[in-house]
Design a protein around this ligand. Structure first.
Ligand SMILES: Nc1ncnc2c1ncn2[C@@H]1O[C@H](COP(=O)(O)OP(=O)(O)O)[C@@H](O)[C@H]1O
Ligand SMILES: [Mg+2]
Length: 506
């Protein structure tokens, strides 16, 4: 049998962002014509490595060889000339330009001093036909669906003679049908001898489409294996470096008799119907249910972010009126929204400004001036307490991993000194290590007699963390489960009304 030909070889790749090392001496080879999976938790360094290969970032150290030759990839255009194209995780398309203009962005065809639009239009059309993509080249990007935008990115990456095509988490925003279309396209490209790198953190997908898989963890290479020699369990272990069972700290019941929050007959719109619940001091209380069952809306109503039609809210036994978030904060309520990037952190603010966003007026004003020293000291304290990985307190949040963003968001609310913290999907989209840290943090809160409500669609999380759990269904409380009653079966049954196993016969 012939030795497979090595197309790309990475040796000792290091990447540092202001002296924080995010890739640490990564070395592996990519064979001509293979689909190589690249898998790892959020923040493992996958995108960074792919950006280095496609000329978007520059490596700090290490060498790249292509066809055995030392190769420099100083920018994106050079990468394309070398035959390396990328379909990035965040699309890079210009909304007010057409499909064909985007496909040729940075590689425009000229006729004298002018753009040769008709030639570009023609070639873009031909390219889309080769890829069997049903897209009108004259449409504007703003008119396209996510899957269509991805098609444009693929066509754009393929427009020069592409030998290596990188897909960075291409399936995250696609429906199952669209994923299948993408995979069949990848198989067709493989027949045409295109080498592909497929970045994902979904094990099943990688097992499905790839020939080999490289695992990255914390910026380091863990392994390179043939898919045939792997199963999802082995892969999961390599990815997180430990068993899943160690994720949750041991459960403790630190509930006091006393209630800090009582909600009675709350109704708001058609998502919150006659909801009643209560929260003990020091309790970790779960809210389980399907997406869309009204959990978020219930908490938004409690926080004064939604109009109430009826209901009473009592804090430490006293009825209160909460008309807006400010009222909620003054009653000791804090709320970590599930929409971290939309309703939470400010991406182009640094850590300091993100943390003091709510507490600024109460804590950091000296007359008309901000007490920068106190504000910075507070940030430094939280960076330390939450183990936030950042070059400095002045780093902007957009450069952070999901886990670090979430920690900053938590720090902001801690800075308001809450007695009740409501966390909506607190660990969504963050890596396993940050998850564990957040779970430990919630335990520390309960130790400090602060009460927590966790809304989660991950049953594991409710089961692993909570003393009690309400299950919501269609805007109503379906049941309240206590300690040992918090099981997968009970949650599923109450969330759906369907007994497990009953929906399928046999
Ligand atoms: N431009 C940047 N500036 C600073 N840090 C960055 C930048 N890009 C990525 N990082 C950091 O590098 C680490 C790896 O990120 P990334 O490569 O995006 O991970 P993955 O794609 O595996 O989820 C993260 O901690 C992230 O915050
Ligand atoms: Mg990524």
């Amino acid at each position: 049998m012939d030795e497979p030909k090595i197309l790309l070889s990475l040796e000792g790749i290091v990447k540092e962002f202001s002296s924080v090392r995010v890739l640490d001496r990564v070395s592996f080879n990519i064979r001509e014509g293979e689909i190589m999976g690249l898998i790892g938790e959020n923040g493992a360094g996958k995108s960074t490595l792919m950006k280095i290969l496609s000329g978007i970032y520059q490596k700090t150290e290490g060498t790249i060889r292509m066809d055995g030759q030392l190769t420099n990839i100083p920018d994106y255009i050079t990468a394309k000339r070398l035959g390396i194209g990328i379909v990035p995780q965040e699309f890079n398309l210009i909304n007010y330009l057409t499909v064909f203009e985007n496909i040729f962005l940075g590689n425009e065809i000229h006729k004298g001093l002018l753009l040769d639009k008709s030639k570009m239009r023609e070639q873009a059309k031909a390219q889309l036909e080769i890829l069997k993509m049903p897209l009108d080249v004259n449409k504007y990007i703003s008119e396209l669906s996510v899957a269509e935008k991805q098609m444009v990115e693929i066509a754009k990456a393929m427009i020069l003679d592409t030998r290596v095509l990188i897909f960075d988490e291409p399936t995250t925003t696609l429906t199952p049908v669209e994923v299948r279309t993408l995979f069949s396209l990848m198989r067709k490209l493989k027949e045409k001898k295109v080498t592909m790198l497929f970045v994902s953190h979904k094990l099943q997908e990688v097992m499905n489409i790839c020939d080999r898989v490289t695992v990255l963890r914390d910026g380091k290479l863990v392994s390179v294996d043939e898919v045939a020699n792997l199963d999802a369990n082995i892969l999961a272990k390599k990815m997180v470096g430990r068993d899943f069972s160690q994720v949750f700290p041991p459960k403790k019941d630190r509930r006091a008799e006393e209630y800090v929050l009582e909600v009675e007959n709350l109704s708001s719109g058609n998502m919150v119907k006659d909801v009643s619940f209560s929260l003990h001091r020091g309790e970790i209380l779960g809210f389980a249910g399907l997406v869309g069952s009204g959990r978020t809306e219930t908490m938004e109503a409690v926080m004064g972010l939604r109009k109430l039609e009826s209901g009473e809210i009592r804090i430490k036994g006293k009825p209160v009126r909460i008309r807006n978030a400010k009222d909620a904060v003054s009653h000791g309520l804090g709320y970590i929204s599930e929409d971290r990037q939309g309703k939470g952190i400010v991406m182009n603010y640094d850590i300091i400004k993100n943390i003091s966003l709510i507490s600024l007026k109460d804590k950091y004003m000296k007359g008309f001036l901000i007490d920068k020293k106190a504000e910075t000291a507070a940030s430094d304290h939280y960076i330390d307490e939450f183990n936030i990985v950042a070059a400095s307190a002045k780093s902007e949040l957009r450069f952070f991993s999901g886990g670090n963003q979430q920690k900053v968001y938590l720090a902001r609310w801690m800075d308001t000194d809450p007695e009740i913290l409501i966390l909506d999907e607190p660990t969504r989209g963050i890596d396993i290590n940050a998850k564990r840290e957040i779970y430990e943090f919630i335990h520390r809160l309960s130790e400090a007699r602060i009460s927590c409500i966790i809304i989660s669609s991950e049953m594991e999380e409710i089961i692993g963390m909570c003393n009690r759990a309400y299950v919501m269904r269609e805007g109503k409380i379906a049941s309240c489960l206590n300690e040992d009653q918090i099981t997968e079966e009970n949650i599923v049954f109450n969330a759906t009304g369907i007994k497990k196993g009953v929906e399928k016969d046999g």
